[in-house]
Ligand binder design. Structure first.
Ligand code: HEC
Length: 471
């Protein structure tokens, strides 16, 4: 008895092992099929048109039949849908293909639906190996359907990732953003999710290893569909490469880059720091009509290379013809202020300083300094400069009504999830990264928070394109 039970045990273990390898093989086949279809893996034999070999860059299936096999018309030539239901059903009086073998004959030899005709030469001929045949057919069986595996998406869940400062000096902002995101996710999930899929959020701390390393680690170690509401400001070239290679969009990033960004995979909620400074300067110029210069003050030595391009940003603006603009590194804020007041070299000052410094400046700004026009950015310095003088300006990165009910960071967390949820819903039930990215290129308006409409185009990646002056 005993040996038999043991043998059965071995058999069932073998069976399980077998079905596991089978599943892995199908997944591998689909992966290969997709890579061949999309031109990301070369065919063993180069395809031919009228007997002439053509480069793969022109001859991958998706270039002509579309990335979801939906078919395309280009220059009057129709490359029909190659989705399985299109191939196996009648098409304009022609019978459907009966078998995978027949479809392979079309791909390899151009034998059309009716065996006695050939496809035109606009369909290249592919000489496939056995494994390429199997892989392409497995992929054609599912292309354009929900069965195509999409990273971070299952039948009932979409997994999103975010990278935020959850330790260190900015942790409070990070947690507020996270809380805003989670509240909005809970609300969406409570009403059944998006097309029946609930949202899940994986968050990692940006502080310990740095933002780029944390983002890289998240996209490489976790199967996430997209990044959302991240503290991403100016991604390094390496990070952009990694996002591109893994086709991971970063949607509604909340970090503020110094300069306006243009990467196709990243969208931002807030205007760049430069943009907010432009808004502040324009207002200061308008209110302070003296012909003294303008200065931008910052304290943090390590921000130097990032802040410097700010002055460059004004070379093409109306500010250009005005008195000089200097970017000034200050170490002793109070002394520097006194010097500036005495020297009368500049009277329009924009402080990119921590809130402590702003507090001490504020105590120096009295009736004697009313000739000084000063501005801060709420997102960098807090709001304490908000004063009752016409020439004291605080620039906010969002319009005022956004913050009617909550603080800036929680509101932005809400908005980030609102934005991605709307983009996912517009992508449709058959969801993938490409669809999400192209929905976000479409200049339709989104309303991530009631009353706040935003739009993106392939060039305009910031939802809010200017700083808002709250009076
Ligand atoms: C350079 C453009 C081009 C490329 C690349 C291309 N095709 Fe085609 N394909 C066409 C055109 C055009 C037709 C229609 C030809 C006709 O109607 O005579 C076609 C027809 C087909 C058909 C027959 C469809 C039907 O309804 O009868 C199949 C199947 C097919 N292609 C699969 C593929 C696969 C798989 C690949 C990649 C391995 C591929 N094609 C690459 C342009 C292309």
């Amino acid at each position: 008895m005993k040996p038999q039970i043991q043998r059965l045990g071995i058999l069932s273990t073998l069976l399980i092992a077998c079905s596991v390898t089978l599943a892995a093989n199908i997944t591998d086949e689909i992966k290969l099929g997709r890579a061949l279809y999309e031109g990301k893996h070369p065919f063993t034999h180069a395809p031919q048109v009228a007997g002439v070999t053509i480069p793969l860059s022109d001859a991958h299936c998706s270039a002509c039949h579309g990335s979801h096999g939906e078919g395309r018309v280009e220059g009057g030539i129709i490359a029909p849908s190659v989705q399985w239901h299109s191939l196996t059903n009648k098409r304009s009086n022609l019978p459907g293909y009966d078998s995978a073998q027949q479809i392979l004959s079309a791909i390899e030899k151009g034998i059309a639906r009716t065996n006695d005709t050939l496809l035109t030469e606009s369909m290249p001929r592919f000489m496939l190996t056995n494994s390429e045949r199997d892989a392409l057919i497995e992929y054609l069986r599912i292309i354009g359907t929900e069965a195509v595996p999409v990273r971070g998406v299952s039948a009932d869940t979409i997994i999103l990732g975010t990278v935020l400062p959850l330790t260190g000096t900015q942790a409070a902002a990070g947690y507020s953003i996270l809380q805003g995101m989670q509240q909005r996710i809970n609300a969406i999930n409570a009403t059944g999710g998006i097309f029946g899929r609930v949202l899940q959020l994986k968050s990692v701390d940006a502080t310990t290893d740095g933002l780029d390393a944390a983002t890289l680690d998240l996209i490489q170690s976790q199967d996430i569909f997209a990044l959302v509401g991240s503290w991403l400001a100016e991604p390094s070239d390496g990070l952009i490469q990694a996002l591109t290679a893994s086709n991971t969009p970063s949607v509604g990033a909340i970090g503020m880059p110094i300069a306006t960004q243009h990467h196709r995979l990243t969208t931002y909620l807030l205007p760049s720091v430069q943009q907010q400074i432009v808004s502040a300067l324009a207002l200061l110029q308008e209110r302070c009509t003296s012909d003294l210069g303008s200065e931008i003050w910052y304290v943090n030595e390590k921000d130097l290379p990032a802040i410097n391009p700010v002055s460059g940003a004004f070379s093409n603006t109306s500010v250009n013809n005005k008195p000089p603009l200097r970017v000034v590194h200050v170490s002793q804020v109070e002394q520097q202020l006194k010097k500036t007041i005495d020297s009368r070299l500049a009277d329009k000052l924009i402080f990119l300083l921590p809130s402590d410094d702003i507090e001490s400046i504020r105590s120096q700004l009295d009736i004697d300094t009313l000739h000084l026009c000063v501005a801060t950015l709420a997102s960098i310095s807090g709001t304490s400069l908000q004063a009752n003088h016409a020439n004291r300006v605080v620039v906010f990165p969002v319009p005022q009504h956004v913050l009617a009910a909550t603080d800036l960071w929680t509101a932005l967390g809400h908005a980030a999830i609102g934005l991605i949820a709307e983009a996912i819903a517009r992508s449709g039930r058959i969801l993938d990264q490409d669809r999400l990215i192209s929905v976000l290129d479409n200049p339709q308006e989104f309303e991530p928070i009631p009353g706040l409409s935003v739009r993106f185009t392939p060039k305009a990646r910031h939802a809010l394109a200017e700083g808002f002056i709250w009076q």
